[in-house]
Design a protein around this ligand. Structure first.
Ligand SMILES: *Cc1c(COP(=O)(O)O)cnc(C)c1O
Length: 289
């Protein structure tokens, strides 16, 4: 399968050049790392003769839209358990338009994903369980392929992390190719130290991994006026769209580390644009108040 994920670059402060792996351009709906993660999950579902994807997510989940679109394009059925009360928003609207069936479940039930799957689909041999965010060994494998697409060496690779699956894939790619590249990960949740443990479930050698746990701006999907101002300037100056939940926190971190001389002068920096730009349509108010 041929994909479109070029590398672009722009100049930021003191004219440092930053390269960006544009996984956001792979597809508007099966976006960025969600496409990477679903690649081998879909292959495995098909190998096992499953034609109904069942997955989990919050009401603004990029993973749900990606799974809905991927299912529709591959002639599969899709069902999602959505955390929280019955709501409708831009993301869930797209999921439904792609034919995904939504089941809203309270937060307590949502915590027991395997139980939910059993309850609803125990008798149904056609269903295929996909964890929240697509987290799985197959997803790590898909994300590791990003490294194989690079045609030049980089000193630093930066990426945002939610579950750490994408980060694990990048680290695997770096380790397998024995690259001399440092992987710098920005957890977007508060208390992001756990990402190290998550990555360690898939990769033993963490020597190339660097976690920056203080760029969460208050927690998952939280923003501050400083972050919003950064996004407005970044998008207007580079023409590259970034979102407040994931990629803005990563680009902010790069900018901040550069200004504090935490990045070697002249080092070659690659940022992974993991896509997921639709969710920000539900955050417009934050930009205009
Ligand atoms: C889901 C998502 C992430 C988080 O990926 P993990 O593999 O869960 O760490 C990062 N960026 C974007 C844009 C996403 O949609």
């Amino acid at each position: 399968m041929q994909i479109y994920s070029p590398i672009h670059s722009f100049h930021c402060q003191n004219s440092t050049q930053i390269w960006v792996k544009r996984d956001d351009l792979i597809d508007p709906y099966i976006s960025g790392n969600k496409w990477r993660k679903l690649k081998y999950i879909l292959a495995d579902a098909s190998l096992n003769g499953k034609n109904h994807l069942v997955t989990f997510g919050g009401a603004y989940s990029n993973h749900l839209v990606a799974t809905a679109a991927a299912a529709a394009r591959n002639g599969l059925k899709a069902t999602a358990f959505v955390r929280g009360e019955n709501v409708m928003n831009e993301m869930l609207f797209l999921c439904q338009l792609f034919g995904m069936h939504l089941i809203f479940v309270d937060r307590e039930s949502y915590r027991h994903k395997n139980l939910l799957f059993e309850q609803y689909f125990k008798e149904d041999q056609s269903t295929y369980f996909i964890d929240e965010g697509g987290a799985s060994e197959a997803a790590v494998k898909g994300c590791s392929e990003i490294i194989g697409e690079l045609t030049e060496p980089y000193d630093y690779i930066f990426c945002a992390a939610g579950t750490g699956t994408t980060a694990a894939g990048l680290l695997r790619g770096i380790n397998i190719a024995k690259l001399n590249t440092e992987l710098h990960i920005i957890p977007v949740l508060k208390g992001g130290e756990f990402i190290g443990t998550e990555i360690n479930r898939y990769e033993n050698d963490l020597s190339k991994l660097h976690l920056h746990t203080h760029y969460h701006f208050g927690g998952y999907a939280k923003t501050t006026p400083v972050l919003i101002k950064f996004i407005k300037e970044f998008v207007a100056e580079t023409g590259i769209l970034i979102d407040p939940v994931y990629t803005a926190k990563m680009f902010y971190a790069i900018d901040d580390l550069l200004s504090r001389n935490q990045i070697r002068k002249g080092a070659k920096i690659l940022a992974i644009h993991t896509g997921g730009l639709l969710g920000m349509l539900g955050m417009k108010e934050k930009f205009f108040t």
